[in-house]
Design a protein around this ligand. Structure first.
Ligand SMILES: [Cu+2]
Length: 544
């Protein structure tokens, strides 16, 4: 297996193309590596997981687990407010399956908890509205004790909540200039195969590959012009932390994170991206002559533990990710002047702090000294509640902690304000570095049910995981009286997040037209008698 070419050879190849502004199609064949694959887009219908033999490496057939015959699976692209409605079909050979919609505000019933897995030959339907801002999300297998194996063999894909009109108005690249990059590593010592076979050591430290696939493409390259490009980057590795940088150390701008826009346009030359995390970046190639190339890499970083084992790939290894060939002139567009900032939860509203100690007990990865138990509910939280969660890493490994059913803001690392580019905005996954303490402020959604919190190093996930239940919301008691030809509905204040709704048939509920007012220690709302609707309730609607 050849690795990417040394830079000297890129330049030599590139001189072939200088005669023309656009490289002739025949010349592509002369390039080392493979044109970046763009996964097909889901157009409705079932999503079927099944074994497949795919030409991931040209000239070779690779046994993988595919979704609708693709690795990665089709990109699901929907808009805010759309109803996501899909049948997931398990045609795997002897393996249960459930998919998690990572970054989506899914009701518990569709979140992909391992107790929702279906047996081979089974299917289940997922249906919920996308009540959240545009964001770059993904989906992947979350089957009990099989997450790592199934994701490694291919069961993952991109999920984009998209609003290209908004983005164009904000000055962000869209369409062909908006490219998802699903980055994962792979062990090349298993010949052209996606074989999951971790040693005891790899169970502890992570199943680390030595070669990168981008959108399922080995040695990927993309033909670009000198203009501005938007890349949505996902670390879909089982365990590898990527330290992302260009080989010429060019500046790129980070503007979005797990939960969408961060409100910042932050220039960086490198950043760490842990398994499960996403960023969106803007890159201009205007400074490169047509015919030049630049490489995206995961650059070296030091580690203090024997993370790769005696002779295998190591955490922090330098690895080429992909190459950008500048094949045409173009004009870089100006960076957006500003982008809307998300309204993040206020630490002062937190009603409690929970501590999660990340450790190793008897060779197993633990949270508060416990290994995951599918049937144990570790704690309960109230819907809509704001809490501080503190993760303390008592190990020498990275633990990217991922929370289902809620987003959070990263507050601090070892007591200092969190300032990493991947700490911005709404997050669902945060890197906890070796021996570090990270505090986040988290706000739960209104939807009750069972959710997960776990390490996204997938070799740790099946142990370093907890169940938490969002309890059913209990609305404050309503009091309904009539006064002076008015119906008066009142309830105790404060009652954050609840809105008054009315109905005349108990089926179709509508928010009341005029606002309730605070009077003393109660909220009051009045309507002239006789009311055209007779039923009232307090409801906590889904909000961002
Ligand atoms: Cu971990």
């Amino acid at each position: 297996m050849t690795m990417s070419l040394p830079r000297r050879q890129f330049i030599k190849l590139s001189t072939l193309t200088l005669a023309g502004a656009l490289m002739p199609r025949w010349a592509f064949a002369a390039r080392s590596g493979n044109a970046l694959r763009i996964p097909p887009e889901w157009t409705g219908g079932p999503l079927t997981a099944a074994a497949a033999n795919l030409p991931i490496w040209p000239g070779h057939s690779t046994a993988a687990l595919a979704l609708n015959d693709h690795v990665p699976g089709p990109t699901i692209r929907l808009r805010p407010g759309d109803l996501f409605d899909m049948e997931v079909v398990n045609q795997l050979n002897g393996e249960d399956l459930v998919l998690h919609w990572h970054g989506l505000k899914a009701p518990a019933a569709f979140d992909g908890h391992p107790n929702q897995a279906v047996a081979p030959g089974g299917a289940y339907r997922v249906t919920f509205p996308l009540l959240q801002d545009p964001a770059f999300c993904w989906y992947h297998a979350h089957t009990h004790d099989l997450t790592a194996s199934q994701v490694y063999r291919g069961l993952a894909g991109a999920f984009i909540i998209d609003d290209p009109e908004r983005d164009a108005a904000l000055g962000l690249p869209t369409g062909v200039r908006d490219i998802p990059l699903l980055i994962r590593d792979w062990k090349s010592n298993v010949n052209f195969a996606l074989t999951y076979n971790p040693s005891m050591f790899e169970h502890m430290w992570g199943y680390l590959g030595d070669t990168i696939l981008v959108n399922g493409t080995p040695e990927a390259w993309l033909s670009v012009d000198q203009g501005s490009w938007r890349f949505r980057i996902l670390n879909a590795c089982n365990a590898r932390v990527l330290r992302i940088a260009f080989n010429d150390r060019r500046i790129f701008h980070v503007f979005a994170s797990d939960g969408g826009l961060t409100g910042m346009i932050e220039p960086v030359t490198e950043l760490d991206l842990s398994p499960g995390q996403r960023i969106e970046i803007l890159v201009s190639f205007a400074d490169l002559p047509v015919g030049e190339s630049v490489q995206l890499r995961s650059i070296f970083f030091p580690i203090t533990a024997p993370m790769g084992g005696p002779a295998g790939p190591r955490q922090g290894d330098p690895l080429p990710i992909m190459t950008f060939h500048v094949d045409a002139p173009g004009n870089a567009s100006a960076l957006p002047v500003s982008l809307p900032a998300p309204v993040l939860p206020d630490e002062a509203l937190a009603r409690r702090t929970r501590n999660f100690d990340l450790g190793v007990v008897n060779g197993q990865h633990t949270i508060n000294n416990q290994v995951y138990d599918l049937d144990r509910i570790d704690f309960e939280v109230a819907p809509g509640e704001v809490e501080i969660w503190q993760f303390t890493n008592r190990t020498a490994n990275f633990h990217p902690m991922h929370i289902h059913g809620a987003f959070f803001k990263v507050l601090s690392r070892d007591g200092a304000a969190a300032t990493l580019p991947t700490d911005r905005g709404w997050r669902d996954t945060v890197t906890v570095y070796p021996n570090e303490t990270v505090r986040v402020v988290i706000r739960f959604g209104p939807r009750p049910g069972l959710f997960l919190m776990h390490c996204h190093n997938l070799e740790h996930e099946h142990e370093m995981m907890q169940n938490f239940a969002v309890t059913a919301p209990q609305p404050p008691p309503l009091q309904i009286t009539s006064e002076n030809n008015e119906v008066v509905v009142s309830w105790p204040a404060p009652s954050d997040g609840w809105i008054l709704e009315q109905s005349d048939d108990l089926l179709d509920w509508q928010p009341v037209a005029n606002a309730a007012e605070l009077s003393g220690d109660r909220m009051r709302w009045r309507q002239p008698l006789p009311p055209d609707r007779q039923f009232y309730r307090l409801n906590m609607p889904d909000t961002l």
